[in-house]
Design a protein around this ligand. Sequence first.
Ligand code: BGC
Length: 334
Amino acid sequence: MKKIIALALVLVMVLSLAACGSSGSSNDVKTYKVGVAIYQYNDNFMTLYRQEIENYFKTLETDTVKYEITMVDGKNDMGEQTNQIDTFITQKMDVIICNLVQTSSAEVIIDKVVAAGIPLVLINREPLGDNGDESYPGIINNDKVCYVGADARQSGTYQGEIVLALDNKGDINGDGVVSYVMVVGDPENPDAQYRTEYSVKALTDAGVQVKELVKNVGNWDQTKGQEIVAAALAQYGDEIEVVFCNNDGMALGAAAAIQAAGRTVGQDIYLLGVDALDECQEMVQKGTMTGTVLNDHIGQSHTAVDVAVKALNGEPMDNYYWVDYVKVDASYFG
Ligand code: BGC
């Protein structure tokens, strides 16, 4: 009898061990380590973008595939971000998503990540060569590295086209010249360069004469945008007809300066941004901002994650993935 009980016990143990080994055990779950380096957490647009990266990865998880995301803040310091990438390499990340602090450091980062055999998805800040050359056709020539972004020329052109669509084409005082202020994001960043150039180019290509009163660097920052536009309004007053800002963050600051100076958007001044942050869309709808351009953080973050997952599955990546901008002026809201 004792023998039978002992045998039965052994049988129970063996069966329960076998059950443990089957589905649901941690052995069956593949967890991928994803390193995400953001240039700076303190950026309105990149905050929406990085939150969506996390949300979207979560939606792709299954019972057997998990993504362990380590996200870090580069604090707008390339040295800090380089250390963070080195740490990701030491931690043997399965894939790295990087929003460069300095686009001119792209080659250094690409080289070290490629040497470590880790796929790299660059986002938001288009990589430039050491000499600041235009990237496309590009410094990326490896199927384990890609850039996901939007072509900033399009956003600049759309800003200019919004002005062109106005009855007076931006010439409020009717002197035949559109006098403008340009608030620049960051002179090293292709988004800033192209938006600065192409917004004005859209006007001049259409035969409109322009005069630049002030061009100043606001580093994508709301407070700096406000300071720049307040100073410009103090110096040039009514002469200013259009304020172009390379992003909505700075345009929000500009809007505050315009209001403080007693000016009225849509009547005696026009204001343009890029990103289509929720608050700016509301302003365009109300008329307190002339227009903005949707920088599709959902489309870009989802593409970046989809491409990262492709790489995790061992599939080659294309080198460039482009997501379209969308023009947002009063007509956008029907
Ligand atoms: C956005 C800016 C943002 C910058 C960060 C641009 O595409 O329009 O709002 O500050 O990216 O790199």
